[in-house]
Ligand binder design. Structure first.
Ligand code: F6R
Length: 240
């Protein structure tokens, strides 16, 4: 694992954006695996600015996202598809037809998981962006998830629901289920970029980088991947 420790969130975002920019410059039709959450917002902002300046283009890029809440769709402001449009897709030149997320409103969720998994098999990620849950989750693969998992419906842990409730009016509004890319599908990416900031991520960062490889800390599986770059701010790196 290559570890880059930055002074603060802005620098972390800058480093992350530079990595994605160089991937797109070398391969304009790259498959970008994307994450939602607070962590990549700064990076997406920088990528949108770079695109507006004409430094990079997403016109030929294809994207696959990690996850979506069950029951939420494009019209719901808390959905991940809404998040992606607001923070990246509507600000860059990516054709919407090239962007993919699981459909949280699918009537048949098992069929939706099979569809998304089959789609992922046809477009392995050139890079997968990951945030990190404070419990070590990647995507919404919570502690205990088998490393060979493929796209499935997960019941979120109390810890994750609490962490995510900051984005909802009240904790009862947080969906308790999500469709998530499985761990084996994350590991299929040619390159992985993990970003984390803040003290509340320090324990999970330690588990990911230096801990035992165990399903109790899903991110620890990344130690088995040949090309992982971890970009942290000082607080997230404080236990390393
Ligand atoms: C988001 C995702 C999650 C988040 C993680 C960290 O698509 O899959 O794993 O990356 O929960 O979230 P933030 O960045 O909000 O701390």
């Amino acid at each position: 694992m290559q570890i880059i420790v930055c002074e603060n969130y802005d620098q972390m975002s800058f480093q992350g954006a530079e990595i994605i920019k160089s991937i797109l410059l070398h391969n304009p039709s790259a498959v970008l695996g994307l994450a939602t959450g607070s962590t990549p917002i700064g990076m997406y902002g920088l990528l949108a600015e770079a695109c507006a300046r004409g430094e990079i283009s997403f016109a030929a890029a294809r994207t696959v996202n990690l996850d979506e809440y069950v029951g939420l769709g494009e019209k719901d402001s808390q959905s991940y598809v809404h998040f992606m449009r607001e923070n990246l897709f509507d600000k860059v030149d990516v054709p919407m037809a090239n962007t993919h997320l699981p459909n949280g409103k699918a009537a048949d969720l098992a069929a939706e998981c099979a569809r998304y998994s089959a789609l992922l098999a046809t477009m392995p990620q050139d890079v997968q962006v990951l945030g990190l849950g404070s419990n070590g989750h990647i995507g919404f693969n919570e502690p205990g998830t088998p490393f060979d998992s493929t796209t499935y419906v997960v019941r979120l842990t109390e810890n994750t629901i609490r962490d995510n409730s900051r984005l909802f009016e009240k904790i009862e509004d947080v969906p308790v289920r999500a469709v998530t890319m499985g761990i084996s599908e994350i590991m299929r990416a040619k390159r992985i970029l993990v970003m984390a900031s803040g003290k509340n991520k320090a324990k999970a960062v330690f588990g990911m980088v230096k801990g035992k490889i165990t399903e109790d800390c899903p991110a620890s599986v990344l130690q088995r991947h040949a090309d992982v770059t971890v970009v942290l701010d000082k607080d997230a790196a404080s236990l390393l």
